[in-house]
Design a protein around this ligand. Structure first.
Ligand code: SF4
Length: 416
């Protein structure tokens, strides 16, 4: 997005259709006219102009032939880590036109799908308490729990609010001093950094009626665990530049150096994803594994030190868990000592049940790459986007959601 105005720590971006305010805390120096990468209401990277130049025009057909030629009949498995990249191949049916010996694994998936159902049930319970306002994000409000969704509570009159940026919670807390405002934040590193700067500002403004109930995780730790725990042999990993926003691309060098897998970081279009696939096949075939990335933008190679230092100031890490309850490495962000007063778990004495599951939902197996959505007996019958049973059917990055829309589309196209 292009910055068209700057006022202190805030800027205005022009999307081409509209103009929006954003926060500029995470950039060292920025000028009107610069292009910035925006996530959760914050500019998180200055995007260099040369990285926006058009990509070489390679067609899907040419990339498909190249894959076929390089594989020469041998089996190969690529792990796609970004829900948007998966959707690029799935929603328009390109995945089904690729050689059958090219296999895909999908994971570790969106953070809302990884979060245990027990967390969502605890948020649901918090929203039912007297004098609370639960502030969260659009996916979380629709998460099914055994008691219902936050959306259903909101319809019943409970105070549940949806925001675009964690920073919005400050205004809600200031305007409602007699209420306890609980931020329910689910996400990876970038969400942790934006929540972190919000809590620092809450201390600065002496806001005391605010607490954090979080499911925040280090993305690289989940990815490492996914590759370790996957029952499939993964030959190479395709990541997206968003994965590198905080730590930079080098945070993934363990994939090449420790796990001995090929790695490529590319954008979100089908052409870019297939270029990444071609690249990792070439790396494996030539036995030259590299940390390849398709972006010319230096900031994505280096990450953002302000995002990193905010996370380090506010959080420490403890054990991650898959939604099955199984430990998945030391990658769960928890508040450090200085920010303990914001901890909703202590303030409201809640204990999320990490083993709780939604009856009949195969989300855990899908998350670990053991099943595809079509193998879940509930898929498209009892579970669909209008009546979701599990998290993977809600988030637009969720595998079940993507599969539902692609299968629906193909049924219409084939008149089945
Ligand atoms: S289709 Fe629905 S019930 Fe089945 S795994 Fe996906 S989210 Fe769970």
């Amino acid at each position: 997005m292009r910055l068209v105005d700057i006022r202190g720590d805030e800027g205005i971006i022009d999307t081409g259709e509209d103009r929006y305010p954003i926060h500029l805390h995470f950039l060292d120096s920025v000028n009107v006219g610069d292009c910035v990468l925006v996530q959760l209401g914050f500019a998180v990277q200055l995007v260099e102009r040369q990285s926006l130049s058009p990509k070489p025009n390679t067609t899907i057909a040419a990339l498909r032939s190249e894959i076929e030629k390089q594989l020469a009949g041998s089996d190969f498995t690529v792990l796609l880590t970004s829900g948007t990249q998966i959707a690029s191949l799935q929603l328009n049916g390109i995945r089904y036109t690729l050689p059958p010996n090219l296999h895909f694994a999908f994971g570790p998936g969106c953070p809302t799908c990884l979060t245990p159902v027990g967390y969502y049930r605890s948020v649901f319970e918090l929203a039912q308490r007297e004098s609370t306002i639960v502030v969260t994000f659009s996916d979380v409000v629709n998460m099914p729990t055994p008691g219902g969704t936050l959306h259903s509570l909101r319809m019943a009159g409970n105070d549940v609010r949806v925001v675009h940026s964690p920073y919005d919670v400050l205004r809600i807390a200031e305007w409602n001093p007699s209420k306890e405002v609980i931020l329910a934040a689910v996400g990876y590193d970038i969400m942790a950094a934006t929540v972190g700067i919000t809590l620092k500002e809450a201390i600065h403004r002496e806001i005391r009626n605010l607490s954090l109930f979080s499911s925040l995780h280090k993305r690289d730790v989940f990815l490492r665990e996914y590759i370790f725990q996957s029952e499939r042999t993964i030959d190479g990993v395709v990541c997206s530049p968003h994965d590198a926003t905080v730590e930079g691309i080098n945070s993934y060098k363990f994939i090449v150096q420790e796990l001995n897998r090929a790695f490529s970081c590319v954008g979100f279009t089908a052409e870019e994803v297939l270029s990444g696939v071609v690249d990792i096949i070439r790396q494996v075939k030539t036995k030259k594994l590299t940390m390849h990335h398709g972006s010319e933008c230096n900031c994505l190679k280096a990450g953002n030190t302000r995002l990193r230092s905010t996370i380090n100031d506010v959080f420490t890490v403890s054990d991650n868990r898959w939604s099955s309850g199984k430990i998945a490495g030391q990658g769960k962000y928890i508040l450090c000592e200085k920010f303990q007063d914001f901890d909703a778990i202590k303030k409201f004495d809640i204990q999320p049940d990490e083993l709780l599951t939604m009856s009949g939902c195969s989300g855990r197996d899908i998350q670990l790459g053991l099943k595809l959505p079509l193998e879940c007996p509930m898929f498209a019958k009892h579970c669909n986007p209008a009546n979701p049973v599990g998290a993977a059917m809600i988030s637009s990055d969720g595998l079940c959601h993507t599969w539902y829309h692609s299968s629906h589309k193909f049924k219409l196209q084939n008149n089945e």
